[in-house]
Design a protein around this ligand. Structure first.
Ligand SMILES: Nc1ncnc2c1ncn2[C@@H]1O[C@H](COP(=O)(O)OP(=O)(O)O)[C@@H](O)[C@H]1O
Ligand SMILES: [Mg+2]
Length: 615
């Protein structure tokens, strides 16, 4: 079963770029580099035969030099041949390092371009659901080549190298044909056949292994867990290192085992090919030996012909480069596919309106349903909600009620599966999606910790206005981050990452204040809708008190949504909604809801009782 499943996947991932497609990547990225690679390939194709011919020349001139002395004309000819052969041989030795350095130069360029294309492709969709799609993640891993260690950026130069090597073998066959026309052809056909037979098995094995991307991804995940500081702490405290290592090995083993089918085939084919090559070489040697016995071949020709038999082998050899090439080439169509599949489709509602200054009257959720792609039930189940412009709304609900989901719908990170969201009466999809996202200043529940300076971490809220120093400082003051800056080693210019030289890290609550400042900076520069998902969850009591002390100032003139289960935060809002079972079950001001005696009142009473202590 496992094997059948793996073959089905393998078939679907067996697609590879052609050599021409790979070559065009290099050619487009740099003509001079392309020309150099071609020159290198031509030299690589010719040199093996030339080296052998030069050796033959030496051997052919030795008898004359011995007979007439080294000072004679024959002796000089031998010396010339020796110097010539040494020069050609030395040249052939530097071709490999030249090829490596050209390969590295090409790879660096092409990888940079391909990674840029991939980043653009995964950033293209308005929402983020595709980043939870295993098929997309598999494709991404293959496109990057990170799981096999053979990168698409390797493809062009490796391909040219493999082609050049085959041509060098063909040149060997042509030289053999000069001596005996049919022998050259027999050797050529033999090698072409051997390569075809071997390559089919190698391709199969490489493709099978590659088909196991999901297993490989799981294996590499465990390596990632062990090497990230954030995860590494828990791994130590709970003593999980051996377990994680074990999981890596078993997932890796599963992936490799699934690719063993092609390997068996490879062994059988190799045995058959060995017999064929043995027969071919015996035939060639017999033909040459008979010619030598009958004095039909000069010593010099013999000295060229015998090693030339080995040169012909390059036509048929299948090397590790071929496997690397298969993997490297296979990554290229995945880049194209990701670009095509993730390109936003312009449905009739992919609008072009600009949401400048909106909402003016309000935002409404109208019978909104949302079900996660992998889900079996609707997280939001016919939700109706109105956010009146210029007011603050709080949304409360138990863990998993769907509050963060609601927020991601509001910022079009996901779209409702049914129902709609309107802004001043217009379906939110009528707005240009990116502009709408810019109009929402979102502080997500788990904000990004950008490894840049403290200043830029806030300026990222409206990057185009990065020069607005006063704005950044004011937002930091409002969010309570300003006092953190004073304690940083390089103040605003401190890089917030311990993994970078001179960097510093913040505590969870300090990061949260920073993220709030970033959202506030967005509101300074055009965003009218401020959405705060659990903004005070990591704050200490004093910081939280400061936050709601400034709440009116923070939200002035904005349409604000605050999600929190801290009643101290929530009660400041003009309207509070209780989200339960995917719908709004209660609405009102804090006092109204407490008086109504529903879920809200019960939760409030529970929290208040905790503070009062046992009575
Ligand atoms: N990316 C996701 N894919 C599938 N299910 C999800 C995803 N994110 C959240 N959920 C599920 O949706 C429900 C609501 O989650 P969420 O909106 O984060 O809740 P809240 O913010 O109210 O705590 C939960 O049951 C959660 O398991
Ligand atoms: Mg949440």
């Amino acid at each position: 079963m496992t094997q059948m499943a793996s073959l089905a996947i393998a078939a679907s991932t067996g697609e590879r770029a052609s050599g021409r497609q790979a070559w065009s990547l290099l050619w487009k990225s740099s003509r001079p580099l392309g020309v150099l690679v071609v020159a290198w390939a031509i030299a690589g194709a010719i040199t093996p035969a030339v080296v052998v011919a030069a050796l033959g020349l030496i051997v052919g001139r030795v008898p004359g030099a011995i007979q007439h002395g080294i000072g004679s004309a024959s002796g000089h000819q031998l010396l010339e041949a020796l110097v010539g052969a040494a020069a050609v041989y030395a040249f052939s030795l530097i071709l490999d390092p030249i090829g490596s350095s050209l390969g590295i130069a090409a790879k660096a360029r092409i990888t940079g371009e391909l990674q840029g294309r991939l980043l653009k492709a995964v950033s293209a969709p308005v929402g983020v659901s595709h980043l939870e799609d295993s098929a997309v993640l598999d494709r991404l891993a293959r496109a990057e080549g990170s799981l096999t260690g053979f990168f698409p950026g390797d493809a062009p130069v490796t391909w040219v190298g493999v082609v050049a090597s085959r041509i060098s073998g063909v040149i060997g066959c042509v030289v053999v044909s000069v001596f005996c026309w049919w022998l050259g052809i027999v050797l050529l056909l033999m090698w072409v056949g051997v390569r075809k037979v071997m390559l089919t098995a190698v391709v199969r094995q490489a493709t099978e292994l590659r088909g196991e991307t999901t297993l490989m991804r799981r294996a590499w995940y465990f390596i990632g867990v062990g090497s990230k500081v954030r995860d590494a702490k828990e791994i130590r405290v709970f003593g999980l290192a051996d377990f994680v290592g074990g999981r890596f090995h078993s997932a890796y083993q599963d992936a490799i085992t699934a690719g063993q089918f092609g390997l068996k085939q490879l062994h059988r084919r190799a045995a058959v090919c060995w017999l064929v090559v043995l027969a071919g070489y015996v035939l060639a040697l017999v033909v040459i030996a008979i010619a030598a016995r009958d004095h039909r071949i000069a010593l010099r020709s013999l000295a060229i012909l015998l090693p030339m038999l080995a040169v012909t082998q390059a036509t048929g050899s299948v090397s590790y480069d071929d496997i690397g090439l298969i993997w490297a080439m296979a990554g290229l169509p995945d880049v194209d596919r990701l670009e095509q599949e993730l390109r936003p489709v312009d449905d009739e509602l992919a609008g072009h309106r600009e949401p400048t200054g909106m909402p003016v009257s309000g935002v409404r959720f109208e019978s909104v349903h949302y079900r996660y792609p992998a889900g079996t039930t609707d997280v939001l189940d016919g939700l109706d909600l109105e956010l009146a412009a210029g007011t603050s709304t709080a949304i409360v609900g138990v863990n998993g009620a769907g509050k963060s989901t609601l927020v991601s719908l509001l910022s079009r990170l996901r779209d409702p599966t049914a129902g709609r969201i309107t802004v001043d009466g217009l379906d939110v999809r009528e707005f240009e999606p990116r502009s709408w996202q810019r109009a929402v200043a979102l502080m997500p529940q788990d904000p990004v910790r950008y490894p840049v300076t403290a200043y830029d971490n806030i300026a990222f809220g409206a990057l185009a206005h990065r020069d607005d120093r006063g704005g950044v400082e004011d937002c930091a003051r409002l969010s309570g981050f300003a006092e953190v800056v004073d304690g940083l080693p390089a103040g605003w210019q401190t890089v917030l990452s311990r993994e970078l030289p001179g960097g510093s890290d913040l505590s969870g609550g300090q990061w949260q204040r920073l993220a709030l400042a970033r959202a506030l900076f967005a509101t300074r520069h055009g965003a009218r809708l401020l959405v705060l998902d659990e903004p005070t969850a990591a704050l200490d009591v004093r910081s939280e008190a400061q936050f709601y002390g400034r709440f009116i100032e923070i939200t002035r003139g904005l349409t604000t949504v605050v999600i929190s289960h801290r009643f101290a935060t929530v009660r400041r809002a003009d309207v509070i909604f209780v989200l339960d079972g995917g719908r709004i079950t209660e609405r009102g001001s804090h006092d109204e809801l407490v008086a109504a005696g529903g879920t809200y009142a019960a939760a409030y009473e529970l929290q208040a009782a905790r503070f009062r202590g046992p009575s």
